[in-house]
Design a protein around this ligand. Sequence first.
Ligand SMILES: [Zn+2]
Length: 187
Amino acid sequence: MSLYCDFARGHPLHGPYHDREYGRPITDETALFERLSLEIMQAGLSWELVLKKREGLRAAYAGFSPDRVASFSARDRARLMADPGVIRNRLKIEATIANAAAVVAMRQRDGGFAAWLAAQHPLRKPDWVRRLKTRFRFVGGEIAGEFLKSLGYLPGAHGADCPVHRSILRQTKPPWIDVGADWYSQQ
Ligand SMILES: [Zn+2]
């Protein structure tokens, strides 16, 4: 059992995220953009704070609609910097708005965010980070790694003996399964 699995169990915020979202593949564009944005918001802070602010973030970022966030104006930027319900960090706000535009651009260029991710797979983490950086801002190793683990593009979200790990393997097919967890730690 990983530390996060143990820690999350029964926790009011981490419990539902661990049980229903973490490590499960998603393809919905809005959900993918939200996940990427939340991981960026977390940088230097805690995931618990992000989960606590999640509804406030959704409200402030137009439900994480890439189209709407991509068109955020100077006025929206000022609104976000003044909103105690969000993470008030100018670099994160600018990155999120730029990333929304990157997601929108992927529709024409790559068939969408989900298709672009699927087309990169499989990659080991350093290659993923390089690839993500060609499209997105604020995607350093830690943020990229968590984003990809949360989607099953990298293994290790759950401990092998976590009941959720077993249910994910039964119900969905996380992409990392294609090559097996060991592949990711090879050079
Ligand atoms: Zn778990």
